[in-house]
Design a protein around this ligand. Structure first.
Ligand SMILES: [Zn+2]
Length: 233
């Protein structure tokens, strides 16, 4: 574990000190067929954290996507306290890491968690939300296209989806159907809810536009480790 002072800002809390703990393990690197460079950037994506709020790089990229959508300087902790954001109707699908503790401060925040709520059958009327957020959830959904279409459906016409998903950028997305089962996190091995159905790649944006969104903006943070998707309905 190494602590480092970084010029990068944490867009969740405004901190600027980070530490890194290795996350990937050799069997996963082999199963995913990752090159050393890919393993290195994915390890930063998952294992480098803000010392002040604990956010990892993917959570910070996700915060940046939300702030960009609202044209707010941030950090997210300040954003949620502003009166002008109080009416924002936010749906968070499964806890989005450290963003959960921040987003839930918004008065109209809702959380929908698996298995009580299946993201391919959201129990909400069309146009119910201004913002839908999920983080590293889509790869676990057997039908991710349907999950994305449901996000589109529950957004109002000016709404947006902000998401992260593990993506290997040097290849195209592929289904893991017919491949040996892969789980995220050694602690989750054999937990069917943590099974990975899709390995996303450089064509991630196609899945977003196919779901009906009018645009798909990629929001980098410490690229290529951090990458969030901002999709406008
Ligand atoms: Zn932070």
């Amino acid at each position: 574990m190494t602590a480092e002072r970084s010029p990068d800002l944490c867009h969740v809390c405004g901190g600027y000190r980070f530490q890194h703990t290795p996350i990937l393990w050799p069997e996963l690197v082999q199963m995913w067929g990752l090159s050393p460079a890919e393993a290195a950037y994915i390890d930063i994506q998952q294992g480098t954290r803000c010392l002040d709020c604990g956010s990892n790089v993917r959570s910070i990229a996700l915060a940046l996507a939300i702030l960009r959508w609202r044209q707010h300087e941030g950090p997210l902790t300040r954003f949620v306290e502003e009166e002008s954001q109080a009416a924002l109707r936010v749906l968070e699908i499964n806890e989005a890491g450290t963003l959960h503790g921040v987003l839930r401060l918004l008065p109209s925040h809702r959380i929908a968690s698996y298995p009580e709520v299946d993201m391919t059958r959201l129990p909400f009327a069309d146009g119910s939300f201004n913002l839908v957020v999920h983080s590293d959830t889509l790869e676990h959904v057997p039908d991710p296209a349907r999950g994305l279409r449901e996000c589109w459906r529950v957004l109002d016409t000016a709404g947006a989806l902000a998401l992260t998903v593990p993506a290997v950028l040097g290849r195209l997305s592929r289904s893991r159907v017919g491949l040996p089962p892969s789980y995220h996190g050694a602690a989750h091995a054999d937990n069917p809810h943590m099974l990975v159905h899709t390995e996303f790649g450089a064509d991630l944006w196609v899945a977003v536009l196919d779901a009906g969104f009018s645009s798909c903006e990629l929001v980098p943070y410490r690229f290529p480790s951090g990458l969030a998707v901002l999709a406008r309905r």
